[in-house]
Design a protein around this ligand. Structure first.
Ligand SMILES: Nc1nc2c(ncn2[C@@H]2O[C@H](COP(=O)(O)OP(=O)(O)O)[C@@H](O)[C@H]2O)c(=O)[nH]1
Ligand SMILES: [Mg+2]
Length: 334
């Protein structure tokens, strides 16, 4: 055992020891691997964890198609844009069509079960930012669920999709219970992540799709009556391209981020165009914005000039610790 592991690692390690289900063990191992310091001293332990993880995943997912018995690794996608939202749900509810219509990404749409076997990313536009939206295989598909878990843990916002032409409560129950097996905590509106397990706490949006089908509005009403006080709800028809802008808005809200525009001192304010913002966690400081732009800039930052809602007046000089708000323009002086 390396001597310099963090208290956080020890906590997850004890969760692993106390885990009773395969899911709990996989979850703890993935977390241990992600927070473990990477150096020569941990190489051996890392390899041991990986071997254990592959075994557990194979146990849960069964033999790989083709019988190659190949390695099982969590699905991994590079993160892009202002955050990651993932479409989660039973099969055939329209996840793939939503992704295709909302982002233009090419993904397989099919009126048959299990048409999506791999996660497919697209970029969802919201005003002047793009958010990564990911289509996934059905949540309860045993052949992919442990690989899907790896993707869900690195997701910022869960979008649970149900089909409004069928019993919505039954569908929601199915998804909630599958997510509970992986010990995810679905954050209700305004609820803060659990400090001990932030990677397990996810802001959640419910999306009722196929609103164009007769009878859909009755199911939507049930969805609203049951969950409106806890989660944002979006009504959509991917088929008719309705509700996709609402989805983008709710995802942006749930991400809890701000957009900050950086202007060079050489540019005149009158000529400055607000485009290509930095996307930062809400409450970020001037120093954090500078750091995101360039590490050197973060270190050398002396002050910033600010135009926007977080200032007392336009063109105010602010220090490193000043908290920014959505839409602020800053000029960094190093
Ligand atoms: N009427 C209607 N059909 C839809 C809608 N969205 C998806 N579908 C159809 O439902 C079936 C399943 O869609 P798909 O996107 O593959 O579902 P997934 O399994 O959740 O990815 C396909 O035949 C789609 O054309 C919708 O909003 N309205
Ligand atoms: Mg699909």
């Amino acid at each position: 055992m390396p001597t310099n592991v963090t208290p956080q690692y020890r906590k997850v390690e004890s969760q692993f020891r106390e885990a009773t289900t395969t899911q709990q063990k996989i979850a703890a191992l993935q977390e241990m691997l992600s927070i473990m310091p990477k150096h020569k001293g941990t190489d051996h332990l890392r390899a041991q964890h990986r071997t254990r993880l592959s075994k557990l995943m194979a146990e849960l997912e069964g033999p790989t198609p083709g019988g190659s018995g190949g390695r099982t690794e969590p699905f991994s996608l590079p993160k892009e844009g202002g955050g990651r939202a993932t479409l989660i749900g039973p099969t055939n509810v329209g996840k793939s069509l939503i992704l295709a219509q909302a982002t233009g990404a090419k993904t397989k749409v099919g009126a048959y079960a299990l048409s999506t076997q791999e996660p497919v990313p697209g970029m969802l536009p919201y005003e002047d930012v793009h958010i990564q939206l990911v289509d996934t295989p059905p949540i309860s598909n045993p052949g992919t669920q442990s690989r899907l878990y790896g993707l869900l843990r690195s997701t910022d916002v869960f979008v649970i999709v149900v089909d409004l032409s069928m019993d919505v409560i039954e569908q929601i129950d199915e998804v909630f219970s599958a997510l509970k097996d992986w010990e995810f905590q679905l954050l209700k509106r305004g609820e803060q992540p659990d400090e001990d397990n932030p990677w397990r706490s996810k802001p959640t949006i419910l999306m009722g799709n196929k609103a164009d089908i007769p009878g859909a509005l009755d199911q939507y009403q049930i969805l609203e009556d049951t969950f409106e006080s806890d989660y944002p709800i979006v009504m959509a028809s991917a088929e008719e391209e309705v509700g996709l802008e609402d989805l983008a808005l709710e995802v942006f809200r749930a991400l809890d981020v701000i957009r900050v525009y950086t202007k060079s001192p050489r540019q005149k304010l009158e000529e400055f165009e607000k485009t290509d913002p930095l996307v930062l966690p809400a409450e970020s400081t001037v120093a954090e914005a500078a750091e995101k732009l360039h590490r050197e800039l973060g270190r050398g930052l002396k002050y910033a000039v600010l135009w926007g809602m977080s200032g007392k007046f336009e063109g105010q000089r602010v220090g490193r610790g000043h908290h920014l708000t959505d839409g602020d323009i800053i000029e960094i002086h190093a």
